[in-house]
Design a protein around this ligand. Sequence first.
Ligand SMILES: CC(C)(COP(=O)(O)OP(=O)(O)OC[C@H]1O[C@@H](n2cnc3c(N)ncnc32)[C@H](O)[C@@H]1OP(=O)(O)O)[C@@H](O)C(=O)NCCC(=O)NCCS
Length: 429
Amino acid sequence: MPDRYETRRFRTAANGSPDTDLARTWVKAVGFGFHDSNRNDTFVDKVLAMYRTDNRELTGVYQAAPVAPHSLGPDVPVATFATLRKDLNIGYGRQLEAQLVTSVTVRGTHRRQGLLRRMMTEDLGAAKAAGLALAALNASEGSIYGRFGFGVATFERSIKVDTGPRFRIRHAPTGTVEMADRKVLLDLAPGIFDQVHRLTPGSIVRQEAYRHTVSGAFSRDGKEDEAIRCALHYDASGRVDGYASYKFAGWDARPYTIELVDLVAATGPAYLELWQFLGAIDLSERVSWESAPVDDPLGWALEDPRCIESADQRDMLWLRILDTGRALAARRFSADGTLLLDVADGLGFAGGTYVLNVSGGDARVTEAPPGTMPDLSLDVAELGSIYLGAVCPVTLAAAGRITEHTPGAALTARRMFAVERPPHCLTHF
Ligand SMILES: CC(C)(COP(=O)(O)OP(=O)(O)OC[C@H]1O[C@@H](n2cnc3c(N)ncnc32)[C@H](O)[C@@H]1OP(=O)(O)O)[C@@H](O)C(=O)NCCC(=O)NCCS
């Protein structure tokens, strides 16, 4: 039976090149999939310019047979999928390039016909063939990506912080905070983020769009966002090591609220001093933040930790190991020891029984001879979950997601996979 669909892959074309219309239509199709209002060409061209900087690969699935009269044309993809490659901090400052999957949509009239499965398996196969050991994504729903070997690897939460009279942080400032024109973040944000990224397990290098959105240069409607304010943190030597980008929620919101767009701080003092600044903003009684860490120093620094109202703790980064040997060998481990891991992978990329031998924190990984009894059996999705140290193997064993053949092996894995700081990913993609 002839294939009803045709897949096309392309890099973001430079303006005016023959692929420009293809790319523009593709971006509009993604907006359609995520219920955005129709985008004009000016908006789309700005998006494409950012995509070019990230060297994204765009995938579209098109109808091969003639389309129904009056329906969307054959040039409009019925499914979209995109990838870009960025470094992931895998603990102790080590970096591993990851295939980031994004812009996944399938038109409602073509869903559940295997288009996502087709795009995902082809792309993961190509990434593995290109030598990448990891893929990652953010999921719109929790039930879609486990079947493709992705496991939840970091979390985030939404917080509302009461900045009324009881908001007091136990911290004597060592640096200073100053207001700046929001536009300075276009230049400063990437460098400050880079300081944080190098120190934070689970962090992913940000895509180009970030500096435009946090500086208010590009808002959801494509225009400048004049509501954005910017505060910079300077350490004792005058070096900028943190920033807050935020907006006032308006006089109709009660209590009067500051909405954090982005809070990036490279040191403990920078983080606490930016919070001291936010808590002292006049004519506001609350700060809200949608991307707060779960393991958050703020709660421990506040005299009254109940100033924080925490909600919607959720999965953030999903990780897919594509090459178990390479991924394990790249990590630095917190404890020495030996573990035999029996890894199952329904897609056939990363399965096998591996001997993980750690000495002095460095790993040597070999494949175990056939018939060797493993210490732990787990699916590649669970390996992705424990890889960054944010998910406890003992909990996964209790949930039946990891099978412990050697008593205590899950606890050994917990000790070994631990990282130096709580993992957190501040990059949505
Ligand atoms: C989610 C979405 C991409 C799925 O596309 P699709 O082409 O219908 O998926 P497929 O037909 O390839 O399905 C692949 C498998 O995933 C399952 N699946 C697909 N969507 C699912 C969902 N929302 N919840 C649970 N399972 C889902 C299918 O049942 C199928 O299972 P199986 O192969 O094990 O039998 C599509 O529904 C969509 O565009 N949703 C709106 C946008 C969105 O949420 N995108 C994801 C952004 S992270």
